[in-house]
Design a protein around this ligand. Structure first.
Ligand code: ASP
Length: 314
């Protein structure tokens, strides 16, 4: 029986202790712990990595604190449009949905895409038809309403800014905090899997899709190398092919998980102007929680008895 490991993130960005009341910090701690426990319990009971990561992601999608599912941000038109992806590393099977509305748990719809659609990625109304066909749980618009996200949107809805505008002089409009959620795991059989779910960016326009549902950019899994879920400024992660780049450095250049993650996040992506981070595991149960932003909501646990939960930079 191999070593099991689960890692999760709840987004990266300008996550500073100074911006967190004690209560908020406690709420994030509780939310991350709950999500970690939900997935790890399954791994311990011999379930697959894909089941474990779905459980962890669902827990965060149901928690209004995170920008995914219930807590998804608002688009320019005041809607909640979500992206999600899930991939397993044994057969490289994958499923993703983009720009979906009124789906309670987009990660579960992504898993249905993987298992039942015969396709890899479904978008918007088509994804919704598929969800109806498969009996995937829907939720009304007001389920996705939160005052915090609404106020964030109201502040910038009459501008062309979107929430990930990084220029310092735009800080008024942008708190540089990404709230996407992700999970990666390796199970007792040595199979890895990765999933990511997000509301994208506040005030996003024109059906914008981020890196999260794009395999090789924000999400990727391959038993030969690793499973990865990213968070950060999606446009950069897409252009830099972050997740697949790390996998390639391991597969073709023989880098370790640690070396490959550091190379891409701290050298390549940073030089490119991209901010954010990722979580990753390999078949041997090694894990990485790697970011070039001020902080990242993150946690991990493994069967060597190791675990951690943190938000801020060292
Ligand atoms: N990467 C996500 C996106 O660009 C945002 C995030 O990580 O919070 O849609």
């Amino acid at each position: 029986m191999g070593k099991i490991t689960l890692a999760i993130h709840g987004g990266a960005g300008t996550i500073l202790k100074a911006n967190h009341t004690d209560e908020l910090e406690q709420n994030y701690t509780a939310g991350l712990q709950e999500a970690l426990d939900a997935g790890y319990r399954l791994l311990e009971n011999g379930k697959s990595s894909i089941e474990a990561i779905e459980a962890s992601i669902k827990s965060m999608e149901d928690n209004v604190l995170f920008n995914a599912g219930r807590g998804a941000v608002f688009t320019k038109k005041g809607l909640n449009e979500m992206d999600a992806a899930i991939m397993e590393g044994k057969y490289l099977e994958a499923g993703a949905v983009t720009g979906v509305r009124n789906i309670k748990n987009p990660v579960s719809l992504a898993r249905k895409v993987l298992e039942k659609s015969g396709h890899v990625m479904l978008s918007g109304n088509g994804a919704k038809d598929f969800a109806l066909q498969e009996g995937v749980e829907q939720a009304p618009d007001d389920y996705f309403f939160s005052k915090y996200r609404y106020d964030q949107w109201v502040e910038i809805r009459d501008t062309d800014f979107y929430q990930l505008d990084h220029k310092e002089d735009n800080l008024k409009h942008y708190d540089k905090k990404f709230g996407t959620v992700g999970a990666v795991a390796v199970d007792q059989n040595g199979n890895v899997a990765a999933a990511t779910s997000t509301g994208g960016m506040t005030n996003k326009r024109f059906g914008r899709i981020g890196d999260s549902p794009i395999f090789g950019a924000g999400t990727y899994a391959n038993n030969k190398t690793c499973a990865i879920s990213c968070t950060g400024h999606g446009e950069f992660f897409i252009r830099a092919n972050v997740a697949y780049d790390i996998s390639c450095l391991m597969e073709y250049k023989g880098l370790s998980l640690n070396e490959a993650c550091n190379e891409v996040i701290h050298s390549k992506l940073k030089a490119f102007g991209g901010e954010g981070g990722l979580i990753a595991v390999d078949q041997n149960g090694n894990h990485e929680l790697c970011f070039n932003s001020k902080g990242m909501y993150r946690a991990f646990k493994n069967s060597d008895g190791e675990s951690s939960l943190a938000m801020f930079g060292e």
